[in-house]
Design a protein around this ligand. Sequence first.
Ligand SMILES: [Zn+2]
Length: 427
Amino acid sequence: MKNKAQLLIVNARLATLGGFSARPQRGSDFGRLGLVDNGAVAVGAGQILAAGPLEKVRAEADVSAATIIDAGGRLVTPGLIDPHTHVVHAGSREREYELRLSGTPYIEILKAGGGILNSVAAARAASLAQLVAQAKKSLRRMLAFGVTTVEAKSGYGLDLATEIKMLQAVDVLNQVQDVTLVPTFLGAHAIPREYSENSDAFVRVVVEEMLPAVKDMAVFCDVFCEDHVFTVAQSRTILQAAKALGMELKIHADELAPTGGAQLAAELGAVSADHLLHTDTEGIKALAASSTIAVLLPGTSFNLMTGRYAPAREMVEAGVAIALSTDYNPGSCPTENLQLIMTLGCLKLGLTPAQVLAAVTINAAHALKMGDRIGSIEAGKQADLVIFDADNEAYLPYHFGVNHTWMVIKSGRIVYSNCEEDYCCEN
Ligand SMILES: [Zn+2]
C-alpha cells in the first residue's frame, strides 16, 4: 500500500541534492544539485514520501487527498541548515561597532568593556526567559530566510551555571518554535577574567566540572583553538575528555593565525573544523584526508573588515568537504541571513551558486552529523523544504541582501509563507 500524502508540491525546479546522505559532497561532486525540472514532492507524516518527476511521485505515493502546492516553476530546495551559530546570547554590541568603524584598536575596545567578555557579562546577568525570548526572535528571522535547522552553541557563560542556562535555553527553544536547534557546549570559548592569569586552571574546570555536568545536554563539544586563547595542547585535552564522554567534536580553528587547529580536528576525528581563514597547505591536506567538514564563515571576515577569507578554492581542489554558515553572534557577525552568506560564498570564497547551495544543505547536514535525516529531498527524509521565489539556484546569491523565501515547510507543515496564494499559512 502506498503512503498517503498530505502535501503535493508540483511544477517545481527541484534541487534534490540527492545521493549524498552517507557522505558529503567533495571534489568534483561538490555542487551536484540533482536538478529535476517540472518536479514534484509528496509529503506525509512529516516525511518526504517521494520526489522527482510527477509521474514517479504519483506512482510511489498516494496523492489522492493531498493539498496541492503549485510552485509555478520556482526553485524548491531542502530546508537550509546553519551549522555554526551563537544564536543564544544576551544583548548586542553596536557601540563596539561604532568604535571599530572609527578605527579604535580591538585592545582599546576590550579595555572599554567591549568584546566577547561584554557578551559574557550580559549572558550571566540574563534570565533563562530573557535568553529564550531574544533567540526566539532570531530563529523566527532565520526560518523566514528558509533555515530549518540551526546549530546553537553555549559559550557566553564560561562558568558552569551560565553554560547550563544557555543549554537549557536551547532545550526550551526546541519546544516553543519550529526551527530545530542542535546544542553544542562551548565552555572553552574564551578565558574568563577570573582565570586570565591561569588558563590551565580554567581548562581543568572545563574538563573536570563542566563536561561531566553538560555531556547529556549537548551533542557537540567545541573549543576556540587559537593563540592567546586555547592552545592546541589545551584544546586536545578538552576535546579528548569530551570524546571519552561520548560527545561529538567541533573546533574553532585557524581564525586568527595558523595554529594547527585543522590538523587537530582531523587527528581527533572532529565532525567539523570551523573558520579556517589561516589554514595552510598542511592543514588543507589533513582535512582532505579526513571526514572532518570545513565550515566556512565568510560573514565574519566581511563584518570584521579583515580582508582575509578562508582559502576555499584550494580546499575544494584538494577535496575538502565544505559547508557554509552565518556564525551568527553579537560581536563578529550579527546577521541571521544565511542567503547573504551564500552571496559572500560566491563573491568572497569563489564558490559557484550550486556549490554554495550544497554547502548550506547536504554538506551542512553532515557538519551536524545529520546527513541521513536532513539536507536533501529524498524519500524517507524529514520534510524540511523551501520554495524560493526564484527560477534557478544562481538567482539566490545573485540578487543579494534580500529574502527570496516564498514558503517554508518544516517536518511536513507550512510554517512560513510569503505567497499571495491562500494556502493554510499559519503566520
Ligand atoms: Zn563561532
